[in-house]
Design a protein around this ligand. Structure first.
Ligand SMILES: Cc1cc2nc3c(=O)[nH]c(=O)nc-3n(C[C@H](O)[C@H](O)[C@H](O)COP(=O)(O)OP(=O)(O)OC[C@H]3O[C@@H](n4cnc5c(N)ncnc54)[C@H](O)[C@@H]3O)c2cc1C
Length: 376
């Protein structure tokens, strides 16, 4: 997770995406599930979901503990990868990659090309923003305010971000974690005098900040490696297959709509987030949930006090001179600043690092919003 800074030639730190997040962002995964297996969190970190600074310190301390920094070449932008023998011989009869023996040419900016084995970790949640598409003449061109992506907001330090949104009528497009964090920050700065409007395309089963209903940490049941033992996987051996068959009733109990845990969880989340009160109960089942984010603490208190205003079913949006126009709705959402918390195109980023379209085509998937658990 060595950070590459696109614009400036300066040495930046380990920590990847955590080197620059929205100031108030916290880890969403409980820390036992976001931990290097050979390096536990220090005892001094008592919070279950530590803040950005603490996560960054943890990653940095890992790098220094294992003396990794001297092996990292900072500020080295990988421009492209190509396979030295870019022929069909690299793909075997079953269409699988057979690229372990050959060499990759790694083209790095301002550096002689390396010929080596390559493992690529570019991260999915940075650099290539996912921008909404607008109908012709309906985009932000005619808008008199400012439009930025959440990635530009998160690059600002706390003071600049505060000054940037201060006194402005802000609309945030998107209701995943960045959108919620930004809305919280705007509501802190502007209060009820200038509520921050959040435009939500589809309400989600987002989790409350403390997701341990009645003291039970549900993460242990569905985020642990144990839960992976309950499902069959491609290429599994006899032992794993037997285990999956034996444990599959538990899986069905655990993950189906009738499962007790599922119902408890659903009711708990609904209750904790006051979803029903704000018309935010999703129409889709919990089972279809792919992208789950944790609601920042106190988020619905802000909705209640009026410093955050939620507008749901904001599917097709466009701009007028004064703000955002939603399809089928006459009223303009007056705004001076629109922040697009609409995610990233991580898959595009990965695809385009390969010179050959053949390898680009091997990158599966196109929907960056979906987090598909392995083997399911
Ligand atoms: C705000 C936020 C909160 C998150 N919270 C959680 C969470 O609670 N739990 C969780 O599991 N995950 C979370 N994530 C997901 C997060 O992406 C992972 O936790 C983790 O940081 C991913 O590590 P990574 O090394 O794969 O990618 P990154 O941390 O994104 O690191 C990728 C690195 O590659 C560098 N890079 C990219 N392109 C090039 C190139 N062409 N040449 C050279 N270097 C390049 C980048 O500069 C960066 O340093 C969060 C992400 C964000 C943005």
């Amino acid at each position: 997770m060595a950070n590459f800074n696109d614009k400036k030639k300066e040495r930046v730190a380990c920590g990847g995406v955590w080197t620059k997040t929205i100031e108030s962002t916290k880890l969403q995964t409980p820390k036992p599930f976001y931990q290097f297996s050979d390096f536990p969190w220090p005892d001094s970190v008592t919070e279950m979901c530590p803040d950005q600074k603490t996560v960054l310190e943890y990653i940095e301390s890992y790098a220094s503990h294992f003396d990794l920094v001297r092996h990292i070449k900072f500020n080295s932008k990988v421009l492209s990868l190509s396979y030295e023998d870019d022929s069909s011989s690299s793909i075997n009869g079953t269409g699988e990659w057979n690229l372990c023996k050959g060499k990759w040419n790694v083209t790095v900016q301002d550096t002689p090309t390396l010929s080596t084995q390559a493992i690529v970790f570019l991260g999915r949640f940075s650099q290539v923003p996912n921008m909404p598409e607008f109908r012709p003449n309906n985009g932000p061109e005619g808008f008199e305010g400012q439009v930025i992506h959440s990635m530009d907001y998160s690059k600002m330090d706390s003071k600049s971000a505060t000054n940037f949104v201060k006194g402005k009528q802000v609309a945030v497009v998107g209701f995943q974690r960045s959108g919620m964090d930004i809305a919280m920050e705007c509501s802190t700065v502007n209060g009820v005098e200038r509520p921050c409007t959040v435009l939500i395309r589809t309400p989600q089963w987002n989790l409350p900040a403390d997701f341990s209903p009645w003291g039970l940490n549900l993460g242990y049941l569905y985020l642990s490696r144990f839960s992976e033992l309950m499902v069959h996987k491609p290429g599994e051996g006899l032992l794993l297959s037997l285990l999956a068959t034996t444990l599959s009733p538990l899986y069905h109990f655990h993950f189906t709509e009738v499962g007790l845990i599922k119902i408890c969880r659903k009711l708990y989340i609904k209750h904790k987030n006051r979803l029903a009160k704000y018309g935010m109960v999703p129409e889709h089942s919990f089972l279809n949930e792919c992208s789950v984010a944790v609601v920042p603490e106190g988020f619905y208190d802000r909705v209640e006090e009026g410093s955050i205003k939620l507008i749901k079913k904001a599917e097709c949006l466009g701009f007028s001179k004064e703000g955002i126009v939603l399809e089928g709705k006459a009223e303009t959402i007056k705004s001076e600043l629109v922040i697009l918390a609409t995610g990233f195109k991580g898959i595009d980023k990965l695809k385009h690092i390969f010179e050959s379209t053949k390898y680009q085509e091997f990158i599966a998937g196109s929907d960056d919003s979906a987090t598909v658990p392995l083997y399911r």
